[in-house]
Design a protein around this ligand. Structure first.
Ligand code: PLP
Length: 407
């Protein structure tokens, strides 16, 4: 008899985006003439930068000729891309990362989800609340949690991100082995300072723990006193793995390219307490289970680092940040407390009532779709996430409608 991995049965069905879709469909059936503006889902809306498109086309053309055709590439990514990443995303900012510590992949979702394979079953894990659900669900699937009780999985230490702590969780009081952090944060849009991040790195060093640092929204950081990478913090190379993605940086959500940095000095331990190299383990895992990102896509990603690519990416991010500023100002003017939107595409708005009630009210009165914060965890209750991923025209119109609805 073929039996299943019963840990899957513990998973809570992710109702968030399907519930949102259902409520929108009901609204549209009842009001077919009302236009809806979507500021809900975290997907980009603008085309790829021209520099990426040109490189993408060229890469495809190379695949059309026997002389320049490429078959399987290196699983870890082509040297041209790993080199460009190391130089531009790390060394240029003074962070020590070498090309062979970079593993190119088809998404930060897969990498943040797959990395937990490297760790023992009985480790202690801390996960933020609210949270990008992949960190939690992949540990549930593997059986590192108990049942889902009162809105939380047993066996997980939740790191509450609240108004009181500025949406940067406090260090755990107990001993944790694996810590997930995400800054700029999805869904709250909060950022972490170097001083705050240093506390986490110090905690990890003292406790022989590991930090999984998701920096998928790094490109939105405009305040240069904020850390662009965890490797700006002294000692982080021994205790942190960092995830980056071209998805939000350069509109690659549908094109797929990301990377994970595993420093050669990053350590974990076997049962006997001997040091083991996570770089060697991830390299083994990646080369065994992954066969590389396609050549034209890696060429398109490389173009992000060309002079024109850098300019176009900056324009792209500025475009969304301008939208975010409009959202933040409107909500502030309306008397709503919020965070994010300045170094992030997300604005986390305290709605002073149930998240879903506020969502319904915005949909019905303003025709605007946001994301109820409660869908990201218990601490998200009473908040909604408004996304800047739309056109300025739509964002302005949405804010006019919200202003009328909430006044
Ligand atoms: N990490 C965070 C925090 C995200 O919000 C997302 C996507 O929304 C991802 C990772 C996934 O990125 P990718 O498109 O590279 O899989």
């Amino acid at each position: 008899m073929i039996t299943i991995n019963e840990h899957y049965l513990k998973l809570q069905a992710s109702y968030l985006f399907s519930d949102i879709a259902k409520r929108i469909a009901q609204f549209q059936t009842a009001h077919p003439d009302r236009k809806i503006i979507r500021l809900g889902i975290g997907d980009v809306t603008r085309a790829l930068p021209q520099a990426c498109i040109a490189a993408f086309h060229k890469g495809v053309d190379e695949m059309a000729e026997d002389a320049s055709f490429r078959g399987y590439g290196p699983e870890q990514g082509y040297d041209f891309l790993r080199q460009a990443i190391a130089e531009n995303d790390f060394q240029a900012y003074g962070a020590e990362v070498s090309p062979d510590e970079i593993f190119v992949s088809d998404g930060a979702k897969c990498d943040t989800g797959n990395i937990q394979e490297l760790f023992a079953q009985d480790i202690t894990i801390a996960i933020p609340d609210p949270v990008y659900p992949v960190y939690l669900d992949t540990n549930v699937m593997t059986g590192r949690t108990g049942a889902f009780v009162d809105g939380r999985y047993q066996g997980i230490t939740y790191l509450d991100s609240t108004k009181e702590n500025g949406f940067v969780p406090a260090l755990p009081t107990g001993k944790i082995d694996l810590i997930y952090l995400c800054f700029p944060n999805n869904p709250t849009g909060s950022t972490i300072t170097k001083e705050q991040l240093r506390l986490w790195v110090d905690y990890a060093r003292e406790n022989k723990a590991l930090i999984l640092f998701d920096a998928a929204y790094e490109a939105f950081i405009r305040n240069d006193s904020l850390p662009h990478s965890i490797y700006h913090i002294p000692g982080a190379r021994e205790v942190a793995i960092e995830f980056r993605s071209f998805s939000k940086t350069a509109g690659f959500t549908g094109t797929r390219c990301a990377y994970t940095v595993v420093p050669k000095s990053c350590l974990a331990y076997d049962r006997a307490g001997n040091r083991q190299s996570l770089h060697a383990m991830w390299n083994r895992r990646h080369t065994t289970k992954f066969n590389g990102v396609s050549y034209p896509v890696q060429r398109a990603a490389e173009a992000v680092y060309s002079p024109e690519g850098k300019r176009q990416v900056r324009e792209l991010i500025d475009y969304y940040l301008k939208n975010a500023a409009i959202v933040r100002k409107t909500m502030t003017d309306l008397g709503y407390s919020s965070i994010g939107g300045d170094n992030s595409p997300y604005i986390w708005v305290e709605c002073r009532e149930d998240s879903w009630k506020f969502f319904d009210m915005l949909l019905h009165k303003a025709g605007v779709v946001c994301t109820p914060g409660a869908g990201f965890g218990r601490c998200g209750q009473g908040y909604v996430r408004i996304s800047a991923f739309n056109s300025p025209q739509n964002v302005k119109k949405a804010m006019e409608k919200i202003t009328v609805a909430l006044r």
